[in-house]
Design a protein. Sequence first.
Length: 224
Amino acid sequence: MVDPCDGLEDLKPHNLLTYKSGQESLDAWAIEELIGHYVNYRKAFAPREPAARFGLYAVTTRRPRALAEQVTLTPVKPGVYRLPVVGRTITLIVLREVAPCPRNALWEIFSFEAAKVAAGAGMYRWRQDDHFPILEEIYRRYREAGIPMSYTFQDFRRDLARETLPELTPEERLRGLPPEELARRLRPEERLRGLSEEERLLGLSDEAAARLKDLLERRTSGKQ
């Protein structure tokens, strides 16, 4: 993984992750569930693999205060902690505490804080072109949860288009623009620039060609 999010630098061949949003709490029971899933997964799919080839991750939007009072959280970097449990070490990631930077853009999208969500959406570089429905659904869920998103999904799409426009080829920039719309934005002389006389006459009806001929004759003779 190139420049991974904080906390994911040391992924293993097998990784199990639990996530708690801003409306949920990462408590001792959630940690026990993660350990249980790890045991079941290891027994079912990789019984011969050594424990060192498994990674356990607990990702939470807000700080797990109750859990922090029950166990020792060893800080690694802002927002990242080590949690030793029954011979295993769980990497605990608090999304609201991680450093704001491009590599943590995905974490910011799930921070449940409007400003960070907007910043993360603007910085994250998606691997797929069809990611807009995913972001739109995330924004919709935030609004339903009562989080004021002053920076809307439409704002994000508009700003993203402005940022990526210089990187597009002329063909990509014009894709989806109807010829009529393109012609409407050009002055008459700009529409004809670069065309030969024959090309300029293409598409003219006989009636229009006759009117053009009459206009040229009037101009040549000096009549208005």
